[in-house]
Ligand binder design. Structure first.
Ligand SMILES: C[S@@+](CC[C@H](N)C(=O)[O-])C[C@H]1O[C@@H](n2cnc3c(N)ncnc32)[C@H](O)[C@@H]1O
Ligand code: SF4
Length: 384
């Protein structure tokens, strides 16, 4: 049950690099990120990253993803050092896809050039909205014009594959506002779009405000209309909805995320990053300080390791894969995991087919139009 290199037949391991710093902590965000202005902490992060990579990374990754947090927050000198550190351990130029997340307030042409020269060939800008009031509500540190400047900076530096992250379903948002956001995003000519329905994550300031009645979630029906409009409008603009929230234009799908949704092996480095290799999941120490201390002392950065039960692994394959437009090839997962996936989940699959949430096409299961709207709920049924 240990071996599982398939996704989808290419096998291999991807690398995720977590840069845990942000200019502000957005009220809706539960990612492992911190507002740290002290640049000696950034230096310590880079020193520790070097040590962790030396310990845990070998060979050539299928894809690399620099995420966060905000990789572009590092000042130009430290940003350049990030790539010097990475280049010691990974040949980025030999990699099919090297993605980087960037925020408008900190991305400059200089940094975009540094990243491009180092081998980054795909960038994703956290735009969220072009509306000033919405950006304020979300605690974002940038303006609409700032997002447009960041896009232009990436193009100027030679990026041919740029994605934009947008959010809809922000409390009080009317469909017209979302339509305007989407149109302004399309005007830029992005190569990929991620459109997320805002979620209330446990423990965030936004959720706290909702619990106190200071913020009222958007009407579900309104969110549903915005979701459907997104799919129709982006299809008309030539984008392929290859995952519930992700739309491929000229740049094609994000190969890193696709590898992840196909349950490919990956190694995550940085504070709180998790790794998954052949059914074993490890998760790093969460705070910058505890993680860096371990790395610099030559100790393991992982705080926990879990060997997944075959049923858990198969359930996660469905939970992740059902979000893809292609759905899940059950026979393939069964062969990869050497586990009777179809028999084990027969009752759940039948129930979801009966409820009109998924459809079966040969050995594949995929979401129906009704299921798309409830993808999280459909997927989580396999985690029980
Ligand atoms: C965690 S951020 C990291 C990248 C970068 N710092 C940024 O803010 O864009 C990645 C993306 O996740 C999305 N995101 C984060 N929290 C979310 C939430 N509660 N609901 C929906 N989308 C969320 C945002 O669109 C964001 O661009
Ligand atoms: S959404 Fe991005 S910028 Fe905002 S706190 Fe999360 S990681 Fe940082």
């Amino acid at each position: 049950m240990a071996q599982s290199p398939d996704p989808e037949a290419g096998g291999g391991t991807s690398l995720y690099v977590h840069v845990p710093f942000c200019v502000v902590k957005c009220g809706y965000c539960d990612f492992n990120s911190y507002v740290v202005e002290d640049r000696t902490v950034h230096d310590r992060f880079l020193d520790a990253l070097d040590r962790e990579l030396a310990e845990v990374w070998r060979g050539r990754p299928v894809t690399v993803f620099l995420g966060g947090g905000t990789p572009s927050l590092l000042d130009a000198e430290r940003f350049a050092r990030l790539f010097v550190v990475l280049a010691k351990h990974v040949d980025l130029h030999a990699c099919a896809e090297v993605s980087m997340e960037a925020n408008p307030e900190s991305l400059t042409v200089e940094k975009a050039r540094i990243a491009r020269a180092a081998g980054v060939n795909r960038a994703s800008i956290g735009v969220q909205s072009f509306d000033a009031a919405q950006l304020r509500f979300l605690d974002r540190a940038h303006t609409a014009e700032g997002a447009e400047r960041a896009f232009a900076a990436l193009r100027e530096a030679g990026f041919e594959n740029i994605s934009l992250d947008l959010m809809f379903g922000i409390p009080g948002e009317m469909p017209e506002l979302w339509t305007a956001d989407l149109e302004r995003a399309l005007t830029l000519g992005p190569d990929h779009l991620s459109c997320y329905n805002l979620t209330f994550e446990p423990g965030t300031r936004l959720t706290h405000a909702m619990q106190q009645g200071r913020v009222v979630p958007n009407d579900e029906e309104r969110d549903r209309l915005m979701f459907l409009h997104t799919r129709e409008r982006l299809a008309a603009a030539g984008f392929v909805a290859y995952e519930v929230s992700n739309f491929a234009g000229r740049g094609g799908p994000c190969r890193h995320n696709d590898h992840y949704w196909l349950q490919g092996d990956y190694v995550g480095v940085g504070p709180g990053a998790s790794s998954h290799r052949a059914g074993v999941r490890t998760t790093n120490l969460k705070t910058v300080d505890s993680w860096a201390r371990a790395a610099l002392d030559g100790l393991p950065c992982a705080a926990s390791a879990e060997t997944l039960h075959p049923a858990q692994r198969a359930g996660e394959a469905l939970w992740l894969g059902i979000r893809r437009a292609d759905g899940v090839d059950l026979a393939r997962v069964e062969a990869r995991l050497d586990w009777p996936v179809r028999a084990h989940f027969a009752a759940t699959i039948d129930r979801q087919v009966q409820a009109g949430m998924i459809m079966r096409v040969g050995d594949r299961v995929r979401l129906t139009q009704a299921g798309l709207l409830l993808a999280d709920r459909v997927g989580s049924d396999y985690l029980q």
